[in-house]
Design a protein around this ligand. Structure first.
Ligand SMILES: NC(=O)c1ccc[n+]([C@@H]2O[C@H](COP(=O)([O-])OP(=O)(O)OC[C@H]3O[C@@H](n4cnc5c(N)ncnc54)[C@H](OP(=O)(O)O)[C@@H]3O)[C@@H](O)[C@H]2O)c1
Length: 297
């Protein structure tokens, strides 16, 4: 029997606990605030940002939204970040990526105060994570760890294969899984587009984490019987009936579910966890900045 890992349910539990953290903060006179910054007119980015604002509202975090004209000079975005860094009502800052081509993304990530960097992409926070002293774990890989924990998937001693080596998913995912820590202690292989014979790696894995960005790229023939399959991918494709579009992951769900011991669906797997862990990082940031003890889930 394959376990379907219910990210919606795990994320809902985490949001309930985060709402308690928000109450602890407000009782201590701190109203946690998350600023989202959008410099794009891409409808997908607009949707992501509005979902994040809605999530904040649900748990009682003050959402502050700033839009920068996508045609404006990069300095306008940098100045916005500087203002938010200096604003005591803002505990977390998230600049929705990607930024326009004329803006240096690395400079954007460096510019956000590491104490408010709730995405965990600032070089200081990346370094801390690698060193085993994370301040903010990036939301998607952190959400994956929470799913593994919720479903009692043992990582210690497990062979884990991460397919994808992006800075936002693959690399931090691998770095978290190798930590000498709970939900760590795995033996991790990172695969990418230059990997020779990908299947020879995935088929030996106890845990496969797919973050490739190619619809249904990994199928059941690439999975070991009983393995845990975590599908990070979100790809919009034409619907089978030719009517509109639908979302699929990087894993071919049906064939993988036939052999996997546990698997995340798309949607309803990793996606809701990414959103929940942003709220987690925001209350953590507010607690750290104000010296209020919050009991994080
Ligand atoms: N659910 C969520 O909350 C969430 C969050 C973030 C991302 N996502 C989704 O997760 C997916 C990955 O995102 P990302 O930002 O990590 O993507 P990305 O930056 O495009 O990275 C994709 C990775 O896949 C590797 N790759 C490409 N073709 C491959 C192949 N044929 N064999 C093996 N590896 C291959 C690439 O290798 P190279 O490095 O060699 O190019 C790269 O490392 C996307 O579908 C994205 O939409 C979901």
């Amino acid at each position: 029997m394959t376990d379907v890992i219910d990210g919606d349910a795990v994320a809902a539990d985490i949001r309930t606990e985060i709402a308690d953290c928000v109450e602890t903060l407000t009782d201590a006179g701190v109203e946690p605030g998350l600023a989202t910054v959008l410099m794009s007119d891409d409808p997908a980015s607009e949707t992501y940002v509005s979902m994040k604002q809605r999530d904040c509202e649900e748990v009682g975090i003050e959402g502050i939204h700033v839009e920068v004209d996508p045609e404006a000079p990069a300095e306008e975005l940098y100045a916005t970040i500087d203002e938010l860094n200096a604003d005591d009502a803002v505990h977390g800052i998230l600049v929705q990526l990607p930024v326009p081509d004329h803006v240096d993304e690395r400079e954007v990530l460096r510019r956000i105060s590491p104490a408010k960097d709730v995405d965990g992409f600032h070089p200081e926070n990346v370094g801390r994570l690698v060193a085993g002293n994370a301040r903010f774990k990036p939301c998607t890989p952190h959400g994956v760890l929470k799913l593994l924990e919720a479903y009692d998937v043992e990582t210690e001693g497990a062979d884990a294969v991460v397919v994808g080596r992006s800075d936002i998913v693959g690399k931090p995912m691998a770095n978290l899984l190798i930590q000498k820590a709970p939900q760590g202690n795995a033996t991790v292989t990172v695969c990418h587009s230059r990997t020779d014979d990908l299947t020879s790696h995935t088929r030996n894995a106890d845990i496969v984490i797919a973050a490739v960005g190619i619809p249904e790229f990994i199928d059941g023939s690439m999975i070991q019987e009983g393995a845990t399959v975590i599908d990070v991918g979100v790809n919009r494709v034409e619907a089978d009936d030719g009517e509109g579009t639908t979302l699929v992951g990087d894993v071919e769900y049906d064939s993988a579910a036939d052999v996997a011991g546990a698997i995340t669906p798309v949607p309803g797997g990793v996606g809701p966890m990414t959103r929940a862990m942003l709220l987690y990082n925001t209350v953590k940031a507010a607690g750290l900045q104000t010296d209020v003890d919050v009991e994080l889930p």
